[in-house]
Ligand binder design. Structure first.
Ligand code: SAH
Length: 244
């Protein structure tokens, strides 16, 4: 029986993979990977390593999560080193917790290798610090997958009235509803918002706008994309450093 490494692949730029993740990719007998894990990483695998793609396209899962769990488990029964490679960090909207619990219940040993999460690094590559002295003393990372109109939403929208930074993952398709909702809870129409697409990669695109205009301004952006709301967005003027 083998061991599973629930491994964060970082946000996209292959150099943002951790040393530990790279080491395990090089030793793996099987790599089970997602759409968001940069496929160039797979070139680091040893000869004979098996690759299993279980990617998800924006909510449309190629494999349901329980089948992914089972695939990881079955691979661990047949191999020594199984790397489950996931975009960003496995525990930030990565369902790494569910995979770990599934393995634990079946007596499979696992380790978790954290990754650089897109929630922080993608804003960084756009010159937007998620906290900044005198501007934002905290940041929240929220799923944007759920529509703000949804009854019994698990997101506490009213709590987002403060001036702290909000990062929405998986929210591009709900951009219009999210920005309208933030206006509805009391943020001003000209409050700063950014959408960053393909962050940390050479084709990264950044649109800076206001809650009122972002939907129209960001209409051409494609996934993966995240949304940053807050006065920190304005710091990009001075801190933009990334040259595509
Ligand atoms: N575990 C991942 C997040 C998984 S949810 C992490 O820690 O980064 C997937 C969402 O992450 C996407 O819908 C998008 O909002 C965001 N995302 C991931 N990579 C991104 C990138 N390179 N640029 C912009 N957003 C990204």
């Amino acid at each position: 029986m083998g061991k599973v490494y629930l491994t964060g692949a970082g946000p996209g730029d292959i150099e943002l993979l951790t040393v530990k993740a790279l080491k395990m990719v090089q030793q793996a007998d099987v790599i089970i990977y997602d759409r968001l894990a940069n496929p160039t990483i797979l070139e680091e695998a040893k000869n004979g390593c098996e690759f299993i793609y279980v990617g998800k396209e924006d909510g449309r899962h190629t494999l349901p999560q329980d089948e992914i769990n089972e695939t990881i488990y079955q691979s661990a029964l047949k191999n020594d080193i199984v790397v489950r490679l996931k975009g960003g960090d496995p525990f930030v909207f990565g369902r790494g917790g569910e995979e770990g619990i599934y393995l634990k219940e079946r007596g499979i040993d696992f380790e978790i290798i954290p990754g650089i999460t897109s929630a922080v690094s993608v804003p960084t590559y756009a010159g937007i610090p998620v906290t900044h002295r005198g501007v934002a003393v905290s940041f929240k990372v929220i799923t944007g997958h759920e529509s703000p109109d949804k009854k019994e939403s698990q997101v506490d929208w009213k709590s987002l009235k403060s001036n702290d930074t909000i990062v929405f993952l998986m929210g591009l398709h709900n951009l219009e509803k999210i920005s309208s909702k933030l206006i509805e809870i009391g943020k001003s129409k000209d409050f700063p918002i950014a959408v960053i697409s393909k962050g940390t990669m050479k084709d990264q695109e950044v649109v800076i706008s206001t809650l009122e205009n972002i939907t129209k301004d960001a209409k051409d952006l494609t996934t993966p994309a995240l949304i940053v709301v807050g006065n920190v967005v304005k710091l990009r003027k001075q801190l933009n450093w990334f040259k595509n």
